[in-house]
Design a protein around this ligand. Structure first.
Ligand code: PLP
Length: 507
């Protein structure tokens, strides 16, 4: 079998007189081909941006899949034009357009031009940020962006690393919490020996509305999901501090070990911000790690007007910041930042071929010493280019605009007789439902679920949904500073029309 494949490959190479110069952009005869390819690809994007009217085509997986069935990846290769044409059909015609003002579903932001320029450079040069000898200035750029982020947080001499996203940053936080506790309190080298036998359960406390990546991390780290205790929230979806302390005491009484607290600065569904200063006091009292998951609220670090909303973040031991959510950056672009650089040594690994131990004290900066990944994209370049071309203040104004638009959209929902708003506007998320008086026996959860399905099928607006106490609600995530109040009026009118149609059809 293997021989047959190899012989086919050889025959193919012979028949095509395989020319290695053909598709590498570094060959000096290919400069025009490279430029032409990038220009044509850019044209496709420009067409997508200028011609697309609705955020989604409404296509279903059943409708799109047959197009893939007819494609064999073993076929003779296509030309650039043919490849782009095929891509138009299988992807671009139906890709969800985050830049359109009627996209208000998940935590996807429209992206700024400097980020796209940087993508072009970072993918073409293809530096890998694990070691100095694969990146040189790239490593220093990443370190400078981390330093800047740490300063905005209020860490005097923080450190950190870029990650693939908020989930990986939260995994790093959970890992450090676990290892810091084991090393300092139990004098147990968990890195080498694994979890100690007979250990009473380590416990991590976070709001019941915190992101599911924390439970996933606890499970991956051998602590079990059970280690994550969801603390109830107040009427504004912020952690109830009184209950937090009660739960910590209860665990201590049961012989368990509290190892960390996670404050969410911007919950995924409600945009609520936990009371960070009070949580920091409790973390200090019990001498445990405080992590702030600012995957969403990290954008406040840009804002002069609203930065106060995360006062106290500087008291954390570590912070998650997702530039790909609120800094208008392309995916992926995120960071994990710590207050004390030495805590990152807990997760350092060395390989002779890559970052030998003896290099550690020579001043050669190898970011892999601090990362869960080895080969790693140069995502920091996007934040760098954005800050250099726009400046922090302009980026901050864009960010402020999204907060102000969220407030305006909330006011529209509140004033509308057909809608009920569940949460006050804090950051970008608004949870609400279609509900009108005089239909007391209706299953509003079901009707709102149907509305969301109908809206996705028509594609003229894309919104999200979630559940509160088991009931389905609708959700706006407002991250487009170019959207307007009028866009939200139109989306609400669409939702109302769909809601009334469903209501009267089932009457
Ligand atoms: C509060 C919060 N933390 C973490 C994450 C995970 O981020 P990512 O999707 O970049 O892994 C999210 C994603 O929505 C989030 O809302």
């Amino acid at each position: 079998m293997v021989n047959a494949v190899l012989s086919n490959a050889v025959q193919y190479a012979d028949s095509k007189q395989l020319d290695l110069k053909l598709l590498f952009h570094h060959h000096n005869e290919n400069v025009e081909q490279y430029r032409n390819g990038i220009e044509k690809a850019t044209e496709k994007v420009v067409q997508f941006l200028s011609e697309r009217q609705a955020p989604f085509s409404g296509i279903t997986p059943e409708e799109l899949k047959p197009l893939f069935d007819g494609i064999s990846l073993e076929e003779t290769p296509l030309s650039l034009d043919e490849t782009l044409e095929e891509l138009q059909a299988v992807y671009l015609d139906h890709a969800v357009a985050f830049h359109l003002p009627k996209y208000a579903a998940h935590l996807n932001c429209p992206v700024v031009i400097p980020s796209l320029i940087a993508e072009q450079i970072l993918s073409a040069i293809n530096s890998s940020l694990d070691t100095w000898d694969q990146s040189a200035g790239g490593t220093l750029i990443e370190q400078k962006i981390i330093e800047w982020t740490a300063e905005r947080i209020g860490f005097l001499s923080g450190d950190g690393v870029f990650t693939s996203g908020g989930s990986q940053s939260n995994l790093m936080a959970t890992l450090l919490m676990r290892d810091h506790f084991m090393h300092t309190k139990l004098k147990h080298n968990v890195t080498f020996k694994g979890l100690p036998n007979g250990l009473s359960s380590p416990k991590i406390f976070c709001s019941e509305h915190s992101h599911f990546s924390l439970k996933k991390s606890a499970s991956l780290l051998g602590l079990g999901e059970d280690a994550v205790i969801g603390v109830p929230t107040d009427q504004y979806f912020r952690m109830d501090i009184g209950v937090l302390e009660e739960l910590i005491k209860r665990e201590v009484e049961q012989g368990n070990h509290p190892i960390g607290i996670v404050a969410t600065a911007g919950t995924t569904d409600y945009g609520s911000i936990d009371p960070i200063p009070e949580m920091a006091q409790i973390a200090c009292k019990y001498d445990i790690w405080l992590h702030v998951d600012a995957a969403v609220g990290g954008g406040l670090l840009l804002s002069d007007r609203y930065r106060y909303l995360i006062d106290g973040i500087e008291l954390a031991d570590s912070v998650t910041v997702d530039y790909h959510k609120t800094y208008f950056q392309t995916v992926s672009c995120s960071a994990f930042v710590v207050k004390r650089p030495e805590t990152l040594h807990l997760i350092s690994y060395h390989a002779d071929y890559l970052n030998p131990k003896e290099q550690r004290d020579t001043g050669i900066p190898n970011q892999v010493d601090k990362s869960l990944q080895t080969t790693r994209r140069f995502d920091a370049l996007k934040v760098w280019t954005t800050l250099r071309m726009m400046g922090r203040m302009q980026l901050g104004h864009y960010y402020d605009k999204t907060l102000e638009l969220t407030k305006a959209a909330a006011a529209l929902i509140e004033a509308h007789p057909s809608f009920e708003l569940l949460n006050p506007p804090v950051l970008h998320s608004l949870v609400f439902r279609f509900k009108i008086d005089g239909f007391d026996n209706e299953d509003w959860g079901h009707i709102n679920l149907q509305i969301r399905k109908a809206l996705l099928r028509c594609g003229s607006a894309v919104i999200a949904g979630t559940k509160n106490n088991g009931d389905t609600y609708l959700k706006f995530t407002v991250l487009n500073p170019m959207a307007t109040e009028a866009d939200f009026e139109k989306i609400l009118a669409l939702i109302e029309a769909k809601g009334k149609m469903i209501l009267f059809e089932q009457a």
